[in-house]
Design a binder for this molecule. Structure first.
Ligand code: DGY
Length: 322
C-alpha cells in the first residue's frame, strides 16, 4: 500500500490539480464528474485520509457522523461553508479547509459583470441580437441605468465585499455598506458604514449581496426589506441564493420596484431555479461561476492541497476553518 496521503476527490478538478494529485497523493478521482450522493461519498471515503469536495456534495452533521475514522480532513473547493457542518466536523476532530482569497478576484469580476449586465439591460440586448430582431439604432432603445458615478450598497464587507468596493470605485461609485462589525479606517477606504441593514437599503440604488449564507443572513432580502430600496433599484447576488426570498424579489422585478437583478447563485440550484429568473427580461443570470477562472480555480485546488500537506505534517494551516 502506498504511503502517500489517500484523497477522495468528488469532482473533476483543473488539469494541474489532478496532475498534482496523481503524482503526490494516492488519489481517487471522479473521472465521470457525476455528482456523488452522500451515501456514495461516505462509502468511497473508506480508508481515505482526506476528502476534497465541492458545493455539490453537502456534508451535514449526520453525514459527518458516518464518515470513517480514517478521514482527518474535509477540504472544500469553495470559500462558502454552508454545505459543511463545521461544528460536527470539529466535534469529530476532522479539520475543515476552504479556499479564501483564491476566489475573491474572479467572484468580484462576476459581480461587476452582473452589475453592469443588469444595469445596462444585457439580457434584452443579447436576446434581440440572437433573435436577429435588431432592425434599427434608436436613441430610446435599451436605455439602462448609469453605473458610473452611482451609489452601491454592499451587504457583507468581507474580502469579496471589499474587493467589489475597490472595483466599483473604478466606476466612480460611492460605496455604502453594512457588516456585522465596522471596518477599520484603511479597509473602509472612504465607504460609509450603516449600522442598520434597513438604513443601508434605503440608501442603495445599487445593492450587492456579498455576505456568507448563515442562519442569520438567510432570506435577508425579503419583501419588507425590498420595500425600503429606492424605486428602480438594481440588485446583485454573488453570495448564495438563500440570502434572497425569491417570491419577494420576483414580485419586485415584475412590478419594477427592482428594475433589474444580476444573479449568479440561486435557491434550488441547479435543477430547481425559479423559472421566472430564466424568463424575466430584467434578470441577467450566470450559473454559479463566480470563481470559474483558470488561474483562480487552479489556485483553489493548490490551496487545499498545500493545506493538507501542512495538516499532515502537523503544521498550522492558514486556510483551516476548524
Ligand atoms: C465559493 O467559493 O463558495 C463558490 O461559491 C464556489 O463554490
Amino acid at each position: 500500500m502506498s504511503d502517500k496521503p489517500r484523497v477522495l476527490v468528488t469532482r473533476r478538478l483543473m488539469p494541474a490539480n489532478e496532475a498534482r494529485l496523481a503524482a503526490d497523493y494516492d488519489a481517487t478521482l471522479n473521472e465521470s464528474d457525476d455528482i456523488m450522493s452522500t451515501d456514495e461519498v461516505i462509502a468511497a471515503a473508506d480508508g481515505m485520509d482526506a476528502l476534497l469536495i465541492c458545493v455539490t456534495e453537502p456534508l451535514d452533521a449526520n453525514a459527518i457522523a458516518r464518515l470513517p475514522d480514517s478521514v482527518k480532513a474535509i477540504m472544500t473547493l469553495s470559500v462558502g461553508l454552508d454545505h459543511v457542518d463545521t461544528d460536527a466536523a470539529k466535534a469529530r476532530g476532522i479539520a475543515v479547509l476552504n479556499t479564501p482569497d483564491a476566489v475573491t478576484d474572479p467572484t468580484v469580476e462576476i459581480g461587476m459583470l452582473l452589475l453592469l449586465g443588469a444595469a445596462r439591460r444585457a439580457t434584452e440586448g443579447a436576446a434581440i441580437m440572437r433573435a436577429r430582431e435588431w432592425d434599427s439604432w434608436s436613441p430610446r432603445m435599451l436605455v439602462g441605468a448609469d453605473v458610473t458615478g452611482g451609489t452601491l450598497g454592499i451587504f457583507g464587507m468581507g474580502r469579496i465585499g471589499r474587493t467589489l468596493a475597490k472595483r466599483a470605485r473604478g466606476f466612480d461609485m460611492t460605496i455604502r455598506y453594512h457588516n456585522r462589525t465596522r471596518l477599520n479606517f484603511d479597509d473602509e477606504a472612504g465607504a460609509s458604514y450603516y449600522t442598520s441593514i434597513e438604513g443601508l437599503l434605503e440608501a442603495s440604488p445599487f445593492l450587492a449581496i456579498t455576505a456568507p449564507s448563515t442562519p442569520e443572513t438567510r432570506k435577508f432580502l425579503n419583501a419588507e426589506r425590498i420595500a425600503l430600496l429606492p424605486d428602480g433599484a438594481i440588485v446583485v447576488n454573488i453570495s448564495r441564493g438563500d440570502l434572497v426570498d425569491d417570491d419577494a424579489l420576483i414580485d419586485a422585478l415584475k412590478s419594477g420596484k427592482v428594475a433589474a437583478a444580476g444573479l449568479d447563485v440561486f435557491n434550488g440550484e441547479p435543477d430547481n431555479v425559479r423559472p421566472e429568473y430564466l424568463e424575466l427580461p430584467n434578470v441577467f443570470i450566470t450559473p454559479h461561476i463566480g470563481s470559474a477562472a483558470t488561474d483562480a480555480r487552479t489556485a483553489m485546488g493548490d490551496m487545499l492541497l498545500d493545506g493538507l500537506d501542512l495538516l499532515l505534517a502537523g503544521e498550522p494551516v492558514p486556510n483551516r476553518v476548524v
